[in-house]
Design a protein around this ligand. Structure first.
Ligand SMILES: [Zn+2]
Ligand SMILES: [Zn+2]
Length: 346
C-alpha cells in the first residue's frame, strides 16, 4: 500500500510503498476513505511523543470501510463503515473497567502507538470496544474530522466543562479544536466568547455561534477583556490551542468557581506552564484535561449531528491528496488557512 512514512523526527516524510497491514486477533483493517491533519501529527513528527517508534506512519483522525477482521472480532464485518476515537481502550485495565477508555493504561492510538491512517489501509486493535458505526448520512470526510478534535471538544464542553444553558464559555484559539468547541457550546445553549490572533478565524467563530470575540493582538489584556464581556468572568474556559499564554489566560479569565479545560496539547518546552494557582485556591477554580472520548459517548454526539444541532461538516477546510500530505504535515505549525484539512484522495 501507499503510506506517508518518516524515518527520522523532523526530517521530511515521504510517500512510500509498504506492506499491507493484517488485523490482530481482536482488531480490523480499515480501508482509509478520509483522514484529518491535526497538530498532534505535527508534534509526533517533531519527536514530542515518546510512544512513536521509527519508521512511522502518522494519522489518527480517520474514517473508512472494514476490509479484514481478526478471529475474536464479533461486532464488525467486512464492508462496515466506521470511525474510531484516537484513544482506543484495551478493555482490560482499571480505567477501561470504570468506563474511562480515554485514559486507558494500555491505550492503542493509531498514528502514535501504531502506524496511522496517512495510508491506504490502517490496522486498528480492540475493535469490538472502540469502533463506531457511521450512519449512511455521514460522509467520510466529516466523519474523519470527528476522531480527535471534535470528540475531545465534545468531552471538554459537555462532560468535563459541564457547560450549561446561559453560561459563558471562553474559547482560546479558533483552530479545529476551538471551532468545534464553539459549535458544541453554542448547541448546549451557552454564550461563547472566541479569542484568536486573526480576524478571519474570529469571523468563522462568529459564523459558528460565538456571540463575542476578542482579538488577542500584542498588548491586549485578554483575561480582562473576557471578564468585562462576561460581567465577571467565564463559567467555563477552554485552551484550545495549547500554549502557556492561552493556558494562563483561560484560567485567569474565569469567574469564581469557574472551570478550565485544557484541550490543546502542552508538550516539550511547554509541558510545565505557569498558572495562577493563587486564583485557583481563592476562587475555587476547577482545572481539567480532556483526552479523546469513549466510543460509547459517540451516541450522544451522533444524535446531535443527525438532528442538525451540530454540523461538523462546516469545520472542514481544504481537501488534499495523500501526495500533498508530507508538505501539509510539515507546515502544520504555521496555522495557515481555516478549518480542518482532510486527506480524501489516496
Ligand atoms: Zn484499558
Ligand atoms: Zn488530533
Amino acid at each position: 500500500m501507499k503510506a506517508v512514512v518518516y524515518e527520522q523526527f523532523s526530517a521530511p516524510p515521504r510517500l512510500q510503498n509498504v506492506p499491507d497491514p493484517t488485523p490482530s486477533t481482536d482488531g480490523v483493517v480499515v480501508k482509509v476513505e478520509a483522514t484529518g491533519l491535526c497538530r498532534s501529527d505535527w508534534h509526533g513528527w517533531m519527536g514530542h511523543d515518546p510512544d512513536i517508534v521509527l519508521p512511522h506512519v502518522p494519522g489518527h483522525e480517520l474514517a473508512g470501510t472494514i476490509v479484514a477482521t481478526g478471529k475474536q472480532v464479533t461486532r464488525w464485518k467486512t464492508g462496515d463503515r466506521v470511525t474510531v476515537p484516537f484513544v482506543a481502550g484495551c478493555g482490560h485495565c482499571r480505567e477501561c473497567h470504570s468506563g474511562n477508555h480515554q485514559v486507558c493504561e494500555h491505550q492503542f492510538q493509531p498514528g502514535f502507538t501504531a502506524w496511522g491512517s496517512f495510508a491506504e489501509y490502517v490496522a486498528l486493535d480492540h475493535a469490538d470496544l472502540n469502533l463506531v458505526a457511521l450512519p449512511e448520512s455521514l460522509d467520510f470526510a466529516t466523519a474523519a474530522s470527528l476522531g480527535c478534535r471534535f470528540v475531545t471538544s465534545f468531552r471538554a464542553i459537555v462532560d468535563q466543562g459541564r457547560a450549561k444553558p446561559g453560561e459563558w464559555v471562553a474559547v482560546h484559539g479558533c483552530g479545529g479544536v476551538g471551532l468545534s468547541a464553539i459549535m458544541i457550546a453554542t448547541a448546549m445553549g451557552a454564550n461563547v466568547v472566541a479569542i484568536d490572533l486573526t480576524e478571519d478565524k474570529l469571523d468563522l467563530a462568529r459564523a459558528l455561534g460565538a456571540v463575542a470575540a476578542v482579538k488577542a493582538s500584542a498588548g491586549t489584556d485578554v483575561a480582562a477583556a473576557v471578564r468585562q464581556i462576561t460581567d465577571g468572568g467565564a463559567h467555563v474556559s477552554i485552551d484550545a490551542l495549547g500554549h502557556p499564554a492561552t493556558c494562563f489566560n483561560s484560567i485567569a479569565n474565569l469567574r469564581r468557581r469557574g472551570r478550565h479545560v485544557q484541550v490543546g496539547l502542552m508538550l516539550d518546552d511547554h509541558a510545565r506552564p505557569a498558572i495562577p494557582m493563587d486564583k485557583v485556591i481563592a476562587h475555587e477554580l476547577e482545572i481539567y484535561g480532556s483526552h479523546g472520548m469513549q466510543a460509547f459517548r459517540y451516541d450522544a454526539m451522533m444524535a446531535m449531528i443527525a438532528t442538525g444541532k451540530l454540523m461538523p461538516q462546516k469545520l472542514l477546510g481544504k481537501r488534499i491528496s495523500l501526495d500533498d500530505a508530507p508538505a501539509a504535515l510539515m507546515a502544520m505549525d504555521r496555522f495557515e488557512g481555516t478549518g480542518i484539512t482532510v486527506i480524501d484522495r489516496f
